[in-house]
Design a protein around this ligand. Structure first.
Ligand code: AMP
Length: 177
């Protein structure tokens, strides 16, 4: 890769989750789609965690994880890509916080801070969620949160969320299912 190409790549972290249907297959399809997207290089995928729902609790458990990517896409293009993948996998729009086939979020994009109507980065709730911080600590414990200027490990230690987050033995790969 030439130096100029390398300079235009940004390290970003994507959170993913599913709590309807064949949850693991939805996650696998999302990772596969990400890996096939031009401008995205998948770097690392966390383990998959079985987690309690947050917000609207009368719904099934989620499978959650996070992925590290290098991307040449702008934050808004990356957001649109994630939405397109959600639609392709069959996400239906239901109530906010409610059950979903697939949810893809931009957690962190380099050290950018973005606050627009469409996009807030770092994700405004990531530091409040065990289901984000636990898998993120697995792959990037020393990553510094661009707003709080603290490591992910420290943010997790501070968190008083008592939701259950249990590591599973499931493994996602970037190849086809
Ligand atoms: P969700 O229900 O999690 O899919 O999110 C709904 C909306 O949140 C999306 O349509 C986005 O425009 C908006 N949004 C704001 N910040 C983010 C972010 N960091 N990652 C993903 N979606 C975001």
């Amino acid at each position: 890769m030439s130096a100029s190409t390398a300079n235009s790549m940004h390290l970003a972290y994507i959170g993913f989750g599913s709590n309807i249907g064949d949850r693991l297959k939805h996650l696998q399809n999302a990772i596969h789609a990400l890996s096939k997207t031009e401008g995205i290089n998948l770097q690392e995928i966390s383990s998959i965690y079985k987690t309690d729902p947050v917000g609207y609790e009368a719904q099934g458990q989620f499978l959650n994880g996070v992925a590290a990517i290098q991307t040449s896409l702008s934050p808004l293009s990356l957001l649109q890509t994630l939405k397109d993948i959600e639609t392709a996998i069959g996400r239906q729009h239901r109530i906010r916080w409610g059950p979903r086939e697939i949810d893809l979020d931009i957690l962190i994009y380099g050290d950018l801070r973005i606050q627009t109507e469409k996009l807030v980065v770092p994700h405004p709730e990531m530091h409040l969620r065990d289901f984000v911080l636990v898998p993120l600590v697995e792959i990037a414990p020393d990553l510094v949160h661009p707003v709080f200027q603290e490591s992910i490990q420290t943010l997790l230690e501070r968190l008083e969320d008592d939701k259950s987050v249990i590591r599973t033995t499931s493994v996602l790969c970037s190849g086809p299912t």
